[in-house]
Ligand binder design. Sequence first.
Ligand code: HEB
Length: 745
Amino acid sequence: EGADFGKCPIKSNVVGGGTRSQDWWPCALNLAVLRQNADASNPLGGDFDYATAFAQLDVEELRKDLTALQTDSQTWWPADYGNYGGLFIRMAWHSAGTYRQIDGRGGAGMGQQRFSQLNSWADNTSLDKARRLLWPIKQKYGSSISWADLMEFAGHVAIENMGLPLYGFAFGRVDTWQADEGIYWGSEDAMYGDADSNRDRYNGSTDITGRSALLEKPLGATNMGLIYVDPEGPSGQPNPAASALDIRTTFGRMGMNDEETVALIGGGHTFGKTHGAVASTYIGPEPNAAGIELQGLGWHNSFKSGVAEYARTSGIEVIWTRTPTNWSNDFFTSLFKNNFTLVESPGGATQWEALGANASHPDPFVAGSFRKPTMLTSDLALLHDTSYYNISETFLNTPAYFAETFSRTWFKLLHRDMGPLSRYLGPYVPKGKPLLWQDPLPTVSYATIDNNDVQQLKGAILALLGPATPGLNVSSLITTAWGAASSFRISDKRGGANGGRIALQPQRSFKANNPERLDVVLGALQKVQKSFNAKQKKKQVSLADLIVLGGVAAVEKAARDARSPVSVPFTPGRVDTTQDLTDVETFAYLAPEADGFRNYGHGNARARTEELLVDKASLLSLNIPEMTVLVGGMRALGANFDGSTTGILTDRPGRLTNDFFVNLLNISTVWTPVNGTAEELFQGSDRVTGAPKYTATRVDLILGSHPELRAVSEVYGSGNAQQKFVNDFVKAWAKVADLDRYDIR
Ligand code: HEB
């Protein structure tokens, strides 16, 4: 049943059917990720502004509607205990829980649960029902509430309605309209449910007590098709101690420490129940494989009514607490007070039951009927790890502390990928001090510099060029500004130039930033900053603004020197944050393994250099022409991270010319791999004389080798393209510089 990898009985001969380039040459560089989320695919239109639409929403009315729905059991999918709270919390958690901090991808921010493959993962079984229950509410408010926000808010309201006031909630998640093709979910061709669903991610290891640290980066989940860990234990083996190891790695990749992890599991599993009344043989295919008549619903259950007391989701049949519709710390009471024995659920899954205990846990549909306490293997894991055990004991004994920790962590879970606080919308945004994971920026009382100041400061920066400041030049100003701005990643909207964090650890030490070079530039810019600020009363310029402005000044100078004068857009207002307000540990994930724009680094066993370029471009939300023009422009500016000449296909570096494209496309150069560089470095020689002309990396050469990139390069390398090249470069440059400026959008 269900997922049938790579097979389809109908071999379509229309719309994308048939054997395609990707089938013939599966190793060719795939640019699809740079085409996604195009304005043309957005039914709301490219200029739709969610914040404006959201401002029309009556949040309190939405809240009332959700509250009413929570206990308004529908016959087509009856609510356990007459309350959809548990189901909605699970939906919100599964939406947010895909976040992994290594690449910042996943998470609730884009409403991705609606799309395949997430909509059809075994772990998301029955969440199709949860979203369908919400449809009348979504329909009522239309585009003034995104699905992404609605799914999270439904879980949030459910918890508050069940008795736990939460830390806060922010709206502001903007819907996307297709699955995120940039996210790597693993390489297996088997889904959870098959023994092979984690074959590739542990480097071949099957040692469930030793392999968790081997989990392939940046993955968070233990299996293809799971959000986190196998509830029945690693590879289905009911071994709670080994499950604890998986949990630590998985929740760690999600950005959660031990205390946060225990709080989330215990808090989440206070509510609701699991569903395993019937065997999997009664269950139809997941939504993406189900018949068209099912209208996007999946997992049709053919046993009797197929719902309520016959429902099957995970196949496990567990009720954790005596209070499935109320907040309590009864999860920990049950965990510590009972002795659990391994049993099989009616649906055939492994779970644990307190065989000697009283039946005290309420039946979801028969009032006055009770069941014995039950647990998942992954719940018992909390008893089989010293740190988890101690934290669980604390939560058992200090319910208020448990409640506070859960509330704070739930907030983190739902908002971890939202980026700057200027994106937070709505009446429930916490008013207090920002939390460290929110990458705080100080609020400042000084006035921002104006246009005259900008002109003056650009002059002051350029005046330092030359022998007065060895090492300060167009190239180093560009690499510094780029290093600051391009640390942004659209996945979780962290990084960027604002805050001036490139002057702080860990960014200051990123190899790609070439710390020695960076120090020279920062020193010069700080000099400019000091002398400017000393003369001001109310105004100040931040180092963050100056770093970006240094790039602007350099680009404008380089354009002038190429006789294509241009003005680079610049919006001041960035502030400088402090080391104390910088999460050094998690910012380390922003260090690029390779950055083709600065010709830094190269591929690894699983990703070629040019693929890392596309990955970086996708995290900068660039499209194909933007990526291309930026690489070519950076080369013309001589902006390699190390100041080297590799790929600088021009004899006049530092001028913003289209020389890179002209020379790349020139047939008179022949390229050969340089021995011993594993095809990372290439020599370009004169085709006739054999005289060496240039060296170049894979990133340089892919722009002439890949057919689509070559097509774009031809546009920029044309005889009359100089001005277009400059204009497009400047536009793309300014876009990158402002990627994190949600404060001015
Ligand atoms: Fe959970 C449910 C697993 C965590 C919340 N979970 C559930 C289930 C399972 C699980 C299997 C069942 C499903 C059905 O229906 O059947 N989890 C799990 C695991 C983990 C978890 C393995 C890791 C360790 N959760 C969690 C968290 C949260 C949660 C963190 C939040 C916070 N869950 C939940 C809920 C529920 C569940 C609420 C219920 C649902 C209903 O009621 O429907």
